[in-house]
Design a protein around this ligand. Structure first.
Ligand SMILES: [Zn+2]
Length: 212
């Protein structure tokens, strides 16, 4: 019917706890051309009262590779996801890679009504400044030379109750212990122990996904 992508955002204490697994429903921009609105809405409608259905997403824009669906299709599908999240009163998980300007534009013109989270943050503090209520998810990029200084500024800037961390497995760093490194690094930046950073980000993730 359609591809689904599952991600878990949390501190390590949350990861090991299978009763807290849930799902989000979305068409990743890489598969935007497969979006079938009728099937999608049917699935969302049928699952709307499932307590494990946490959010709409991943959805968004990805201009990273030339073989991805056209910008036109990606934009249209992203906007429909925002509208469906608004309609069903769900939080929204956004994927955005190499699409800073268009992501900003769409989120300003088609405002999500509920909380949204930018996963695998790879943009600068200026982007974060545009969305003071958004959640930002920090992944393994924070340990990578190309991104680490930029993301350190992001972690310092965003409100503490809006930071979450993630593995983005299996796409980035599929080793589970990598999330510990991310927590440790976030903790160092915020002047916390790794454990405190794990607890903070786990509780932020639970609030975002409304699974308190
Ligand atoms: Zn993604």
């Amino acid at each position: 019917m359609f591809d689904s992508h599952f991600h878990l955002f949390s501190g390590t204490s949350f990861v090991g706890d299978t009763e807290n697994f849930g799902f989000t429903v979305g068409i990743h921009p890489e598969f935007a051309h497969t979006f079938n609105e009728k099937d999608f809405l049917h699935f969302v409608e049928n699952n709307k009262d499932n307590p494990k259905f946490y959010a709409i997403g991943e959805c968004g824009l990805d201009y990273h590779r030339p073989d991805l669906p056209s910008l036109d299709i990606q934009e249209k599908v992203f906007i429909r996801h925002i509208e469906i999240a608004n309609l069903y009163n769900k939080p929204l998980v956004i994927h955005s890679r190499d699409a800073y300007r268009d992501t900003l534009k769409i989120l300003k013109e088609h405002k999500p009504k509920n909380e949204f989270l930018l996963h695998c943050m790879s943009y600068d503090v200026e982007f974060a400044r545009e969305f003071p209520d958004a959640y930002f998810s920090i992944g393994w990029f924070i340990t990578v030379k190309k991104y680490k200084d930029m993301l350190e500024k992001v972690v310092r800037f965003i409100p503490r109750d809006k930071i979450v961390i993630e593995t983005d497995a299996p796409y980035l760093a599929p080793r589970h212990d990598k999330i510990k490194e991310v927590a440790k690094r976030v903790g160092e930046i915020l002047g916390m122990t790794a454990k405190e950073a794990e607890e903070l980000t786990a509780s932020n993730a639970k609030r975002f996904f409304r699974c308190l």
